[in-house]
Design a protein around this ligand. Sequence first.
Ligand code: MLT
Length: 254
Amino acid sequence: MLKLIMNGLELAYERRGQGTSLILIHGYPLDHSIWQPLVPLLENRFDLIMPDLRGFGQSLVGGSSTHLSDMAGDLITLMDHLQIQKALVAGHSMGGYVSLALARQHVSRLLGLGLIATQANADPPEKRIARNQLADRVEMNGVGEVADSMPALLTKVPHVQESLKDLILLQSSRGVAGALRAMAERPDSMDELSTLEVPVVIIHGLADGIMPVDRAREMRSAVKNGSLIEIEGVGHMPMIEAPQAVAEALEAFH
Ligand code: MLT
């Protein structure tokens, strides 16, 4: 993997292919490797940039607390470093929250937005409390509880569950707890979404066990220039469960 080391930031990323720059932002509690099934399908058309968000994979946690806006800021630092003025940005789940934070603060750097298995809503109060409580337990006991409980929610495909469990066990408890707290405090982004001028592609599995498809339909209704691709029989991990359909949907940007 490549690494950007600058002002205390240590951000690992993979870069493949040629064409318009497309930054693929992974979800929680995973890393850039979830995008691998898309690489052979998209590398002929796009300059694919796949970072590990701060605290995940090979990227350092960063400061004492994490905010989604810090994660978005890291990606702008990466774009500056790579001398990319504007890029397409597609985020999965928590990565979608990061791409919406990026749209809020750095809209001039966006060519288009991909929102995969995600939502623009903030958490209701009870969900915020539950996330902060889980963050406390992860800080105390490690990521085992998350690795045991989450794969079955992410997908119904047994071998994908196994590999996601292995991937979660590789993540640091500080990174996972920081991301839980960051997600708990995220604002509602429906207003940002409704004012965006760039094209928005929304992709959602109809069997998503974490995020109901209604969230995607609400986002589709809010955007000016967008499309929604709903994928039958697919859970929360469309890029692994149905890479061809996801690649075709993202090619619409081209
Ligand atoms: C994710 O897949 O990134 C998370 O499950 C999103 C969330 O918990 O809201």
